[in-house]
Design a binder for this molecule. Structure first.
Ligand code: NAD
Ligand code: MN
Length: 358
């Protein structure tokens, strides 16, 4: 029996609702597969922990996490604490030191789901956005001085290093090469940002020489938003900086029906530290505690985690089960136009896995 250890960090808001649903589904997938076991340990870090201990997670949290094969994460953010404290104290405090530099965000229309774009079906919208996840605009470099004075200054400096830019672009080119269309779009803003972004483009010109079989093009980030809406079928794999891909991937999630279905992986491709898997959405304050959060994003995320662990057959069967539920359309959460609870959607996916709702 293959054994995997998974650290679950549900975090705040609806994080615990969707992660516990995801763990139920993961155990059902493993039971059905019969070839592997998932040992899931739960870590109750986040805002409650912060209010008690003054930090979002314990001092030795990273050492604890390093021992796991993967991290299954919910959300960081709670109305009782400023967002930059929760985000930097939990999610970024894991991603950055573990150097999970490749943030991978698939976006496609699941069967049965009508996105907001008229006449756009599953064959027209099938993207993977690769987000640089370690530097750029979110490097954390900057400062704030002269607090409260008329000349107060706040600065965030976008940092682009040759090694950081090269490794993410190479990763994206390899991912593009592995997909049928072998097509990669580089997102940039080198018209207005003439240092870091021109450097980003220059590195790309060099790196892409190693991938003559991958078709590439380049888009300014503002024009990219219109292309995503008006010509979704012209895109396949996309690589963008930390900030640009953060924004574009929420747009991508909306174009595929709801933020509630979108998954993401924070990968450490070298595999010398665990990677972290999370739904794209946040804590959803407006619906937390009501049992109505859409768990599909956390299921798709779980499938990405299984894939990364090497359980590709189990990952595919989980996605097939999710797609059966969306295609059937009887049991959908509210954000997808239905009225099912988190638990009902979870039950339906487990039934579909076990072939009970044909
Ligand atoms: P959000 O994703 O929490 O919510 C945006 C909207 O989408 C809300 O109306 C919400 O109800 C809806 N939504 C999100 N997920 C849903 C789901 N699974 N099912 C149904 N509806 C869903 O984004 P926000 O409001 O900008 O942020 C709220 C908090 O979450 C903030 O504290 C923010 O910092 C945090 N956040 C954390 C992460 C993370 O940890 N990865 C990501 C985004 C936001
Ligand atoms: Mn975001």
């Amino acid at each position: 029996m293959r054994e995997y250890s998974v650290a679950a960090v549900p975090g705040d808001g609806i994080g615990s609702e969707v992660i516990s649903a995801g763990i139920r589904v993961l155990h059902a997938v493993a039971a059905r597969d019969g070839g592997f076991n998932l040992n899931v340990e739960n870590f109750p870090w986040g805002t409650d922990y912060y209010l008690e201990h003054g930090k979002m997670m314990p001092e030795d949290a990273l050492d604890t996490l390093r021992a796991f094969d993967a991290i299954y994460f919910g959300s960081a953010g709670d109305p009782r604490v400023p967002d930059h404290i929760s985000l930097w104290g939990l999610r970024l405090a894991i991603c950055q030191p573990l150097d999970q530099y490749a943030n991978v965000r698939p976006a496609r229309l699941l069967p049965g789901i009508q996105g907001p774009l008229r006449d756009v079906g599953p064959e027209d919208l099938d993207w993977v956005i690769v987000r640089e996840n370690s530097e750029g605009e979110y490097a954390g470099v900057g400062g704030r001085v002269h607090s409260g004075l008329a000349d107060e200054v706040g600065m965030d400096v976008a940092v682009f290093t040759r090694s950081g830019v090269e490794r993410i672009q190479r990763f994206a080119l390899e991912l593009a090469r592995s997909r049928p269309r072998k097509k990669l779009t580089l997102v940039t803003k080198s018209n207005a940002q003439r240092h870091g972004m021109v450097f980003w483009d220059d590195v790309f010109e060099k790196v892409r020489e190693d991938f003559p079989d991958v078709e590439t093009d380049k888009m300014l980030v503002d024009a990219m938003t219109t292309r995503m809406v008006l010509n979704p079928e012209s895109l396949d794999t996309i690589v963008a900086t930390n900030l640009h891909a953060d924004v574009l991937s929420d747009l991508a999630a909306a174009l595929t029906g709801s933020l509630g279905i979108a998954p993401t992986a924070n990968l450490r491709p070298e595999r010398d530290a665990p990677s972290m898997f999370e739904p794209i959405h946040g804590s959803a304050f407006d619906i937390m505690g009501q049992g109505i959060a859409n768990p599909i994003g956390s299921f798709w995320t779980a499938a990405m985690m299984l894939d990364h662990l090497g359980e590709t057959v189990a990952a595919a069967s989980l996605m097939t089960a999710v797609e059966r539920v969306t295609a059937n359309g009887d049991i959908l959460p509210r954000d997808l136009g239905g009225d099912a609870s988190t638990e009902q959607v979870t039950d339906a996916v487990i039934d579909a896995l076990e072939g009970r709702n044909e």
